[in-house]
Write a protein that binds this ligand. Sequence first.
Ligand SMILES: NC(=O)c1ccc[n+]([C@@H]2O[C@H](COP(=O)([O-])OP(=O)(O)OC[C@H]3O[C@@H](n4cnc5c(N)ncnc54)[C@H](OP(=O)(O)O)[C@@H]3O)[C@@H](O)[C@H]2O)c1
Length: 254
Amino acid sequence: MLRLMDGLSVWDRAVVIGASSGIGAAIGRQLADEGTTVILIARREERLAEIVEDINQRHSGRAQYLTCDVRDVAACENTFDKILAEGDVDAVFYCAGVIPEGGAKGFPTTADVAAIQANLVGAVVWLNRAAEMFQRRGAGTIVGISSVAGERGRQPNPVYSATKAAFSVYLESLHYRLARSGVTVLCVKPGFVRTEMIGRRRVFPPAVSSTEAARVIIQSARGRRRMIYVPAWWRLIAIVFRSAPAALFRRLPI
Ligand SMILES: NC(=O)c1ccc[n+]([C@@H]2O[C@H](COP(=O)([O-])OP(=O)(O)OC[C@H]3O[C@@H](n4cnc5c(N)ncnc54)[C@H](OP(=O)(O)O)[C@@H]3O)[C@@H](O)[C@H]2O)c1
């Protein structure tokens, strides 16, 4: 349930999937700082334990973690069951994602299939479950971290772009289906965010911090937005991207 705390509407209990680093970890920390109890999910147990310990030192008992590989459908279902056995959930943030290694130059089928499972299949398993539960309740918040990479087919990483295009359309469809039930569904399309995913690589336009990305994402979810670019000016780049001729994309390695 959203409740008021220091003038902010705050969720009681939220699940963040893909929370051991980057955007998901920053969302988990900020939600906890605002008064939400968070359950953080990912594979790297040491990283999760560190983040949870840090949160709980500041706000006792406000964070816990469960390990889960989102490519494993049964593990996702069991983890969701465990979370619900301990209480209701008001918001689910799906932040897990990978860029398939070797996809920029070659055609690494194994890595591509793993990326489809992590970026899309896992998302559908977690968010279908959340959608069903929130629709029944007539309230709830679903947030999915997609990408500007899904706006257009491009040479590097065809499968990463394809998973993000599919994820964006899935989230848009969920929004249309659930809006009248009072459920918020937010699709987030980041440009560049300085996380382990891009490492120290120099990027242009410049990357924003994961803390800033998390701040905007949480604020937009609270404001019941349907789709946002992070930072917002990526919306303009996306318009240029979508309208540029295919001949340009055949020549440029972007
Ligand atoms: N950084 C950017 O510039 C950027 C731009 C556009 C979109 N995005 C999207 O933002 C989301 C978050 O990425 P990030 O930038 O924060 O990168 P990140 O620091 O690498 O975080 C990725 C998260 O996904 C989790 N994850 C990956 N595979 C998983 C699996 N099989 N099972 C469970 N968890 C898994 C990772 O945890 P474990 O490895 O511990 O499992 C980690 O917590 C991704 O969906 C990414 O595509 C990022």
